[in-house]
Design a protein around this ligand. Sequence first.
Ligand code: SF4
Ligand code: SF4
Ligand code: FES
Length: 244
Amino acid sequence: MKINIKRFNKELSSNAQLDEFNVRKTNLLQALIEIKKEIDQTLTFRCGCRSGVCGSCAVRVNGIEKLACKTNLNENDFIKPINNSNILKDLVVDVSHETLLISKLNLTIDANIESIQVSQEDVKNIDLQSNCILCNSCYSSCPVYEVNKEFLGPFALTRALRYVNDKKLVNKATIVDSIQTNGIWDCTLCSACTLVCPQGIDPKADIMQLQNISVQNGYSNPYTQNFDFNSFGDDFGGFNPNGF
Ligand code: SF4
Ligand code: SF4
Ligand code: FES
């Protein structure tokens, strides 16, 4: 089977190149390993668990974020590194943004954590979001980074909800405060993140929940709070949204 891989090696050239490989393996990660072992030792990619658990092997296949170890190949598939990150080499990108984004949430665990009773229901409340494997698929798919590199983004906001719903966290108000700027109100609610998450997490729904929690705590959407609804005009002048 023929596959194409977009590659980049800044030591050789400042431009990316497209390489075509013929592989026998039908699983993408196994095919990458086959290429490295048998065709080109310089091909660089990340992998760890090889079973969809560590999140390290995410790439884009024909433009869609996938875990390489969980993806079956088709003829002429086009493999690229994930988006919105600096490429270090070939399919490996710099993921230092993970720590940076999560640190912006200012999380603090309660010092008396041992004394806090946690029920099965409490665990269930944060179970889905706790399953995030930090694969960066959602981060790569998010269009907001085209215009705002400071955006907290889907996995950090999903994590924010996880901690806001966690009984062991003392500073929920600080977390809610930390997601107001370059956070929940900057999301376009496009669902791209939700569609690509291999863990079935729904960052868009989590962001909407965080918006509700924020409103209940006295925050408002900065993009609509100064909006003048009268600027649409009336039937006899100005803009008529119905077009008559
Ligand atoms: S729903 Fe929001 S966070 Fe998710 S990809 Fe779209 S803009 Fe980004
Ligand atoms: S929310 Fe899903 S897509 Fe995003 S980093 Fe976590 S596991 Fe990956
Ligand atoms: S190698 Fe761990 S998720 Fe693919």
